[in-house]
Unconditional design. Structure first.
Length: 208
């Protein structure tokens, strides 16, 4: 693995357990257009709501003719209503406090404008030098665009950034960006992390 000079985080599933918040958000949109809600016992549909960009989620769950009206309706929702259903991953704040003393940090997420109020709500916005969302690039993950943009914003080559993600979309994006990938919570990578205790242990072992 290249020498790590920066760390880029995915949001959902890495920084936060956000499945219930995301389901509530998408089910609000689906209900507005008289679609059946996505349930926890529909793993493929629930995972889609957790990992993909809004346009990709809604295109999969709705008829194509309803996509643009649904996206317009989504723009009227305030995601802050759903943030209290999110939970930071254990030891996230401790990890960010440690890493921010060693590396510049960034976020690359398929979320859109909701990420900034989330960071503010949990008092995490001060840790990140760059936050890249699906609104900042033409192609969301699994395309590499947002990882490449995050690396450019940090002024560090992609090969020297570590991306921590929890899905096959994240892994594919890192591969196409030629960026080392750490799989979190069960996804394999050059580095596999089951929790942020493991993350702290790994970074404590790195040379200065």
């Amino acid at each position: 693995m290249s020498r790590i000079e920066a760390v880029i985080f995915d949001c959902d599933g890495v920084m936060f357990e956000s499945r219930q918040a995301n389901l509530a958000y998408y089910n609000r949109i689906l209900g507005e257009f008289s679609y059946s809600p996505v349930a926890n016992d529909q793993p493929e549909r629930a995972l889609l709501c957790h990992t993909a960009s809004s346009s990709d989620v809604l295109l999969e769950l709705m008829r194509e003719e309803d996509l643009l009206p649904a996206l317009r309706f989504a723009e009227t929702l305030d995601y802050r209503e759903f943030i209290p259903q999110m939970e930071p991953e254990p030891n996230l704040t401790e990890l960010l406090e440690q890493l921010s003393q060693q590396y510049p940090l960034a976020i690359a997420t398929n979320r859109g404008k909701s990420i900034l109020p989330i960071l503010n709500y949990f008092n995490l916005d001060g840790f990140f030098s760059s936050v890249v969302t699906s609104h900042d690039v033409q192609r969301p993950k699994p395309a590499p665009d947002m990882l490449l943009l995050a690396a450019r914003n940090l002024k560090i080559v992609p090969e020297n950034c570590l991306f921590i993600g929890d899905s096959v979309l994240d892994k594919a994006a890192a591969a196409d960006a030629n960026m080392p990938f750490a799989g979190y919570g069960g996804v394999s990578g050059m580095l596999t992390l089951s929790n942020h205790y493991d993350s702290m242990d790994y970074f404590m072992e790195q040379p200065e």
